[in-house]
Design a protein around this ligand. Sequence first.
Ligand code: GLU
Length: 429
Amino acid sequence: MSQQPTHSLPSYLNADDLGPWGIYLEQIERVTPYLGSLSKWVETLKRPKRVLMVDVPIELDNGTIAHFEGYRVQHNTSRGPGKGGIRFHQDVTLSEVMALSGWMSIKCAAVNVPFGGAKGGIRINPHEHSQREVERVARRYIHEVRPIIGPNQDIPAPDVNTNGQTMAWMMDAYSQLVGTTTPGIVTGKPISLGGSLGRVEATGRGVFVTGVEAAKDKGIDLNGARVVVQGFGNVGGTAARLFHESGSKVIAVQDHTGTIFNEQGLDVPAVLQHVADTGGVAGAPNAEAIDPASFWQIENEFLIPAALENQITADNAHSLRTKILIEGANGPTTPEADDILSDKGVWIIPDVIANAGGVTVSYFEWAQNFSSYFWDEDLINQRLEAMMRAAYRDNAAVAAQHHVSLRTAAFITACTRILEARNIRGLYP
Ligand code: GLU
């Protein structure tokens, strides 16, 4: 019998420009030698289980018709239903959504949440549209991806430029379609629709908790430690507030509106209020506006990229002056930058651990929806913190055992868990 060749690249991708999926693939290749006999299943991680591309047509407020490109990618469901957010961004690509879905598989497995990985995206700049237009896009997208989502199948959540309101529209659209109010179809919902207490802050809280664990390992005192944050939305804003409340000094913040600095420490509650009022950090009180290019050269103890992918690259990694890099965003550091920073002795808490607080409380929300029994916020934060601390500690132990970075350790833990499930389930039919 002739041996079938295995191709690790789906033909629907451009081999010359793999984009974020290329980064994800490189991360998988780096850990394959650690997977032992499970490596026979590794191809399963190098191609998504299911890719759906949809056309999302809506009528604009002026009566014309606009079409948007939408995606839902289910990367892996060996350990449980697909799970992952939906982002609205003008630059969304298939490669990006694939990579983000792969990182969701790794993230859920690394912190031991019983989900597989999925992700969605729509190529739209929501800031250029009215609320009504964005609502139509959200509802129509759910109609289009409905054949592959479901509360036991694939459960979306918020991501870049989507929030509780977006989830409310999506939950309503799905519920109207199936004829039953179905809170468990999405997580990150408003509390009035069965959302979970603590969900909005969960990702930022996880960033903080893992940062505290790393600080213990690296002998850094939180009190007076300098913190620099890129992105001041849900993730960066919450993390900054928690560091600030612990006595750290948040000295610089950058977002799409500008870069602000105060060597003595910014007044974080005032910056948060300013962002709530104006939509960005530019012009916040008691802060100096600085050149965005100088942002990456500011000396600090904790650097928190909490915006988009590919922010720390071979071009700026050399100039970074930080001790602990906490990846609040997904994929902010390229593999080349990862190597440069590791050589410089920077301790990186990778996205798949650092920002897993969001999906962890999404798991709590989903479980609460299924039992229709809701937990109080203290219990949620306690359980979140315990899971985040355990994930950090377990993966730090794997890193020490194999003398590898925390990212490689998280990928070893996660790939092993996913492929053990794959192996024991077997192939059917
Ligand atoms: N979008 C978030 C992430 O990247 C949350 C996903 C979820 O809660 O399902 O982790």
